[in-house]
Design a protein. Structure first.
Length: 339
């Protein structure tokens, strides 16, 4: 047995390997349960009593030498790979799928970019608001339906605190702190107490615009609306303004665009009218200006507001509003090419 041990010691000293599978085969040959060293260990019980001490020490040395040699081969292999700059060992072995921006974020950015080119800056405000900034400062009457619990989320412990129903509250905050000229857009999330369906949700997103200065007229508003419609939906887009009513603007109007599916000829999407409503607008009511500390005899302005979900529906033909908030990757991955 002593001769066999000496032979294996000499053999182990000369072992070479430069591949992981070769090193593993060496380990199996010498150190596995059925390896050569394990076989010698099993035969140790047959060694004569007077040789057990010497043979036992030699077996331990053999096992240590084998383990040490295999460890050196592994270290040499790993250090050789690390020195290769062509391989990045920090990279994950699995491919990383790139994400995509949410369709509402894509459209919101597109809307904001259009208004930025017209000189508008972005203004933001809190989603939890007070009655003054959401209703009273905007000329809402005490008995206006929007104050009813069916439309607005009120805080139970304080009826003066609400979840904002529109981003017009940001406009009033800016007007209170800043004197004209004011030219802002207010994107953000808003809340209304509505039954959730394919066409309505208890929260959605808006972009509102406000411009206040001396001698601002409805003609200025119309030109901005025309520019926005053509930039957003194409150069052939037509617009029409229909008289409407909002507490915070006078006169007020709803704006329609020519249906970009049928080209204005009539289809189920536009209910065979050739037109699709996209936003509300109007000249800022003098009472709103006075409520915010702006002299309505010196300054005038216009405001407009639109739902981002509605604009996104028009651009991408999304039939169910709930899909925007369900986080279904199959739906979201369809917008990779829209960046």
């Amino acid at each position: 047995m002593i001769d066999k041990i000496n032979k294996l010691l000499a053999e182990i000293e000369t072992i070479k390997a430069d591949k992981a599978d070769e090193i593993e085969n060496i380990r199996i040959k010498y150190l596995s349960k059925k390896g050569e060293i394990s076989t010698l260990m099993n035969d140790f019980r047959n060694v004569a009593a007077e040789q057990k001490r010497e043979v036992g020490m030699m077996l331990n040395e053999l096992k240590e030498k084998a383990q040490e040699r295999i460890n050196k081969l592994k270290d040499a292999l790993e250090s050789g790979q690390t020195g290769d700059d062509s391989i990045d060992l920090t990279r994950t072995a699995a491919p990383v799928a790139l994400g995509t921006r949410h369709p509402l974020s894509i459209v919101k950015k597109e809307i904001c970019d259009i208004f930025k080119r017209l000189g508008f800056s972005i203004a933001e405000g809190p989603e939890i608001e007070d009655d003054w900034h959401v209703f009273s400062s905007l000329n809402f009457a005490e008995d206006h339906p929007a104050r009813d619990m069916q439309d607005t989320f009120f805080i139970a412990r304080d009826p003066e605190i609400v979840l904002r129903t529109h981003t017009s509250s940001v406009q009033t905050r800016v007007m209170e702190k800043q004197q004209p000229p004011i030219r802002i857009i207010c994107p953000g999330r808003v809340y209304r107490n509505e039954a959730i369906s394919y066409r309505a949700h208890c929260f959605f997103h808006q972009v509102e615009a406000l411009y206040i200065d001396k001698n601002v007229s409805f003609a200025d508003l119309k030109q901005v609306l025309m520019f926005f419609a053509k930039e957003m939906f194409g150069a052939d887009t037509k617009i029409r303004l229909r008289p409407s009513y909002f507490p915070f603007t006078e006169p007020s109007a709803e704006m329609d665009i020519s249906c970009n599916i049928c080209g204005g000829k009539g289809c189920p999407f536009c209910k065979h009218t050739g037109w699709v409503e996209i936003l509300g607008c109007g000249m800022v009511d003098p009472n709103v200006l006075e409520n915010c500390g702006i002299d309505s005899k010196v300054y005038s302005g216009y405001a407009l507001g639109m739902g981002i979900e509605r604009i996104t529906n028009l651009k991408y033909r999304v039939k169910d509003l709930r899909m925007f908030s369900e986080n279904d990757k199959r739906f979201l991955e369809q917008f990779e090419s829209a960046h």
